[in-house]
Each structure stands twice: as C-alpha cells, then as structure tokens.
Ligand binder design. Structure first.
Ligand code: PHE
Length: 373
C-alpha cells in the first residue's frame, strides 16, 4: 500500500504543476481526492485487509500523502490566480480617456430652417403662423378666391387634381374636385371663416404644381401673409414687405410694387427686390452702382449687364389688397374691413438669399451639398 500511495503522490507532483488553468486543476483534484471516485479513496479501501498495526502506519501515510496533494493543489491555484491578475491588465484594458464613437450628426434641412426664420420674422410684427390643408377642395383653392369653375385664370396654377375624388357629400365648400393646393392662398378664406378679427396670419405649407426646371419643383413651399382689419391700405402692405425684405435679406435691400393681376386681390402687384449682385443697378461695373435712371445708364462698352437680374430687380412674388368678393366668401363685410395678402415661395427666397441657382439641389438629398448650404 505504501508503494501505491507513493505512486499516487508522484503522479500528483507531476500532473498538478502542469495544469493549464483552474478548470483542469479542478478535474485533477477530483481524480486524486474525490470522495467516491478519487484514486486516494480507492487505495485506502485496501486498509480493511491489513492488520491493525499495518493499518495505523498506512493510515498515517495516507493522510500525509493527502496533505501533500492538497498543498500542491493550493500552490498551483495561487500561481494560476497570480498569472490571471498579471494578464488582466492586458486582456481587459479599457482606455477611459479615448473619445467615444461619434454618431453621425443630423441637421435641419435648409428649407425647414428658412421656414422657421420666416415665421419668426413675421411673429415679431404679430403675424401668427397657422396651418391649412395641403390637399383641399377646389372651392378653397379657387372658387372662394374669385375664380369660378371654368375661369381661365385658373390655368396659371398648373394644378394636380386628385383622381376621381370629390369631397363633402354634396356640400358646396367641401364638394367639387379635390386638389393638391397649388398655392397657400386656400388658407385665406379658411382663416376668415374662423370668425376672429382682426386677422394677421402667416400660412406656411407645401404647394404642388405640374412643373419642373431649374426654378420649379412639383412640390414646393409658400408662405402666405394675410391681414384683415379696418382702414388697411397699400401703404401697410408696402411697409410689411419692406420690413420682411430687410429682416430676411439685409438692410440694404429695396422693394418695388409692379402692377399685376390676380383674381383674388385688387389692386394686385408683383413684388420685386433689388438685386444683391449688382446692387440694384443692373450692371456689374462698380462705377455705376446706385445709378438707375434711364438717362444715365452706361453703354455696353462701359459696363456688363448683371447676369443674375438683367435689370437690377428680382421677382419675389405676388401680393395685393384682398378682393371684396374674397372677403364676402370669408363672411367679412367689405364695407367695414379690408385686408392685404401676399404669397411667396420659401425656396425662392432661400435661393435668392444664398445665390442657389437650381432649386432641385434642395431636394437632391446630396448630404455633402446640404451640409455646405
Ligand atoms: N397665390 C399667389 C400665387 O401663388 C400669390 C398671391 C398671394 C398673390 C396672395 C396675391 C395675394 O402666385
């Protein structure tokens, strides 16, 4: 038995120091010292066959072997733990000072930015932003605006009609054909119908027309100003336009009203603003800046024509005094109240401000371009 026990200890001395990790060491422990299957237990089972004196000696020797093995195991365990701690700093190293992964940063689209800017400018003079349908009945888009069914003036609006749709269950206002609003003027009568006077609204929304080129897209945005009050005149309209143009484009910009025709305003105007490129002169030679009257216009060889405006002025959009028929459509007595309205393109003012030559760039979704814009 002594020989068996010594052999057991020799095996243990050989194997335990070689254990590669804790799991292997646990297996070895079970193999040597396991209560039921362990080799030591198996050897000691032979004790019963020995005489009492021999049993005592063998028993003591067995205990000594057991203790030696336990020491071997403890020493190896300590060694493995030390090694693990030593490599931990390498294996699980985290640089707490390294910058985090940056997520791509989103940004507000230039058109949305322009909308907020425009709304804020009008808010300062008491125009409240309102929203009206972008898909609306023919009535609000045309009829209520003094353009009866079949009127040729409607042609200008290149309207998209919603296929087969007629709304309103026979009611006049909601009835008729449904259109994708070709302008934000549909909000005029809708705003009047709220029955709250005076009105100072700016309706900013999407519009749709059947058109596409460098200055038009089928979907675009307009902002529509409407003021209805007592004693309103063209002077108020001009003052409001001047205020907006200076606030949005810069103090040095001037405006002019050019006679025009809309069915829903009378008188009607096209609003022009002075060109920033040539300073409103129409010519690029600096010596002629500020000179605008016909008599002093330089000849071709003295200066080149401004390519941006060709005339010193850029067209901004339409405006006018609200037509009495439109006030009546909105339930307002034209003898007691008057109003002015204007409707301009958001993309148009944005392009004019930043010198963007093609509107389609705004909707091309090229993030490189949008980021620079
Ligand atoms: N709705 C007109 C357009 O789309 C602009 C306009 C608005 C003109 C209000 C006069 C008054 O061209």
């Amino acid at each position: 038995m002594r020989e068996q026990l010594d052999q057991l200890l020799r095996d243990a001395r050989e194997k335990i120091p070689m254990a590669p990790d804790m799991a292997a060491l646990d297996v070895l422990e079970l193999e040597c010292l396991g209560r039921k299957q362990g080799t030591l237990t198996a050897v000691l089972r032979g004790l019963g066959a020995l005489s009492e004196a021999e049993r005592k000696v063998a028993g003591q020797h067995g205990n000594a072997v057991k203790q030696d093995i336990e020491q071997l195991l403890a020493a190896k365990r300590a060694e493995l733990t030390r090694a693990r701690i030593a490599t931990l700093a390498q294996d699980e190293w985290v640089d707490m000072t390294a910058p985090g992964t940056t997520l791509p940063r989103g940004a507000v689209h230039p058109v949305s930015r322009a909308i907020s800017e425009i709304a804020a400018i009008f808010e300062r003079i008491g125009f409240i932003r309102s929203r009206h349908p972008e898909v609306d009945s023919d009535y609000y888009a045309f009829e209520a605006l003094n353009m009866p069914v079949g009127h040729p003036a409607r042609d200008e609006w290149e309207t998209f009609f919603v296929a087969h749709a007629t709304g309103g269950g026979g009611k006049k206002k909601e009835g008729g054909r449904i259109v994708l609003t070709p302008h934000t003027s549909n909000g005029q009568v809708r705003e009047m119908e709220k029955g709250l006077l005076p009105i100072r609204m700016v309706n900013i929304g999407k519009c749709y027309r059947r058109q596409i080129d460098a200055t038009h897209t089928p979907m675009f945005h307009q902002f529509e100003g409407l003021l209805v009050d007592q004693d309103v005149s063209v002077t108020h309209l001009k003052g409001t336009i001047d205020y907006f143009v200076r606030a949005y484009f810069g103090e040095e910009r001037r405006t002019r009203l050019r006679p025009y025709h809309f069915r829903f305003t009378e008188p009607s105007f096209e609003i022009d603003i002075s060109c920033a490129v040539c300073g409103g002169t129409g010519f690029l030679s600096s010596s002629f800046r500020g000179v605008r009257n016909e008599g002093s216009r330089p000849s071709q060889d003295q200066a080149t024509k401004c390519k941006t405006c060709k005339s010193g002025w850029l067209e901004l959009g339409g405006a006018g005094m609200v037509h009495p028929n439109v006030l009546v459509s909105g339930g307002i007595d034209p003898k007691r109240h008057r109003g002015f309205a204007f409707g301009w393109g958001v993309e148009r003012v944005l392009m004019m401000k930043y010198g963007i030559s093609d509107i389609r760039l705004l909707y091309g979704n090229d993030v490189r371009w949008l980021r620079a814009c």
